[in-house]
Write a protein that binds this ligand. Structure first.
Ligand code: ZN
Length: 158
């Protein structure tokens, strides 16, 4: 396995593991390697500034970083290491969520009420989603009413 430091066309830096450099080439060509930040498939190996000049002789101390010449306002890009499995999982979570939202009724804050009515047979069972406070959730659980939190993806929280 080889780890590559990668960057997308927008300059987001991330790292990913590949079986080999050939596997890396293949996956990039097919657009399978995507930026975890913006999903762009236009990615390339990040440039490792101090090592790019291969002509230098080995043995000496590494050349100091040109701190004085560095761009003044270099905004740090968000970085992440996302394994292919994790990306797959995220995709599935998103699908589950979208499926649920498409096929269930949104009942908002009436969720505990509706869930209870269904549980006690007052209304027909159907898929619903909505909001419940932690206290309400606890009560529902204590009454033996089964429900599940909607999977939330980290970047959808705001
Ligand atoms: Zn990006």
């Amino acid at each position: 396995m080889i780890r590559y430091a990668l960057a997308c066309e927008k300059g987001h830096a991330f790292e990913s593991w590949f079986q080999s450099s050939a596997a890396y080439d293949r996956q990039v060509k097919r657009g399978l390697v995507t930026c975890p930040v913006c999903n762009s498939a236009t990615v390339d190996k990040a440039i490792m500034a101090p090592r790019i000049s291969g002509a230098k002789k080995h043995g000496g101390a590494p050349p100091p970083l040109p701190a004085a010449n560095a761009p003044a306002a270099e905004t740090p890009a968000p970085v992440a290491m996302v394994s292919p499995q994790e990306r797959e999982l995220r995709k599935k979570l998103k699908e589950v969520r979208e499926h649920l939202i498409k096929n269930a009724d949104y009942v908002g804050q009436k969720f505990p009420e509706e869930a209870r009515k269904m549980h006690y047979g007052e209304i027909e069972h159907r898929s619903i989603y909505g909001e419940a406070t932690p206290d309400q959730a606890k009560e529902l659980h204590e009454e033996g009413i089964e429900f599940h939190p909607l999977p939330v993806l980290p970047d959808e929280r705001n």
